[in-house]
Design a protein around this ligand. Structure first.
Ligand code: URA
Length: 205
């Protein structure tokens, strides 16, 4: 991550990241390769929150570098948002998977894992203090709002985070787009995702 200007913010962030590397707050650390902490400028105006690292993120130690990350990068670029200017993190910071032969298949994090990991994202939010936080999908929304949020109903508009958490938007997770079998629908949903990102970008322009 690029260091932010002045003060001890980057030092605090690095200390937090280093502490998270040894996290044992839930059992997921046992099978994962490493903690995948957030990444990006500590003074970013925009924070994106995903679900959890996938197979490639677990190996690389960086968020959104695999197929979902490529989809995310493409959408950000189309929305005119520079990925290097935003802070990107996940609700859950260890990869949860089921081993099937040589393959590691993603499993959805449960409420307990989201709760246990909320401590880290709360710390990240306190340090970065983004003007706008974007939940990518249901797990991120649950982590940020502390309850189940209906994406279809809540997407596309500014919402208030509980406490003095600032402004948040909810949109779909890029993996959702990867899973759509129909090409036309995929294109349509990708355009909707880009439109959500464009509106978010306007909030911090
Ligand atoms: N999916 C996520 O939610 N986060 C990542 O970092 C990668 C894939």
């Amino acid at each position: 991550a690029r260091a932010s200007v002045g003060g001890n913010i980057p030092v605090a962030w690095e200390a937090l990241r280093d502490e998270a590397a040894g996290c044992t707050r839930c059992p997921l650390y046992r099978d994962a390769t490493q903690t995948v902490f957030g990444e990006g400028p500590v003074d970013a105006a925009l924070m994106f929150v995903g679900e959890q690292p996938g197979d490639q993120e677990d190996l690389a130690g960086k968020p959104f570098v695999g197929p979902a990350g490529q989809m995310f990068n493409r959408a950000l670029a189309e929305a005119g948002i520079d990925r290097a200017s935003v802070y990107v993190t996940n609700a859950v910071k260890h990869f949860k998977f089921e081993q099937r032969g040589k393959r590691r298949i993603h499993s959805k994090p449960g409420a307990g894992e989201i709760e246990a990991c909320r401590w880290w994202i709360d710390q990240e939010r306190m340090l970065v203090k983004p003007r706008v936080t974007v939940a990518l999908g249901a797990t991120a929304a649950r982590s940020l709002f502390g309850k189940t949020m209906a994406i279809g109903r809540e997407r596309g508009r500014a919402l208030a985070l509980p406490g003095d958490g600032g402004e948040a938007w909810i949109t779909v997770h890029p993996s959702y787009l990867l899973r759509l079998p129909d090409e036309a629908e995929k294109e349509e949903e990708f355009a909707r995702f880009v439109e959500d990102l464009r509106r978010v970008g306007e909030r911090v322009a």
